[in-house]
Design a protein around this ligand. Structure first.
Ligand SMILES: [Zn+2]
Length: 83
């Protein structure tokens, strides 16, 4: 009977250790996600040549002259205006 009790305590201890490791991993993961979020917010902005809206560098659309636009529609609009 005492062997069974010790076995249960051992199993509980192992589960507890695994749970702690998991909790640590999850916390570390959410921290790194927060860090990535912060990096995105610090991304430099470019001004749309058509409407003047500032858009993040990665969301901007560029034409052959490397002019930045907020959307494909504004890129087309701008090239139409130049004709
Ligand atoms: Zn625009």
């Amino acid at each position: 009977m005492i062997v069974r009790l010790l076995f249960f305590i051992l199993v509980f201890a192992i589960v507890w250790v695994i749970y702690r490791q998991f909790a640590k991993a999850i916390v570390a993961k959410s921290k790194s996600v927060k860090k990535a979020d912060k990096a995105n917010h610090e991304e430099s902005m470019v001004k749309c040549a058509t409407c003047g809206t500032f858009v993040p560098l990665s969301h901007a659309v560029y034409d052959h002259n490397q002019v930045a636009f907020c959307s494909m529609e504004h890129k087309i609009e701008h090239s139409d205006q130049q004709k």
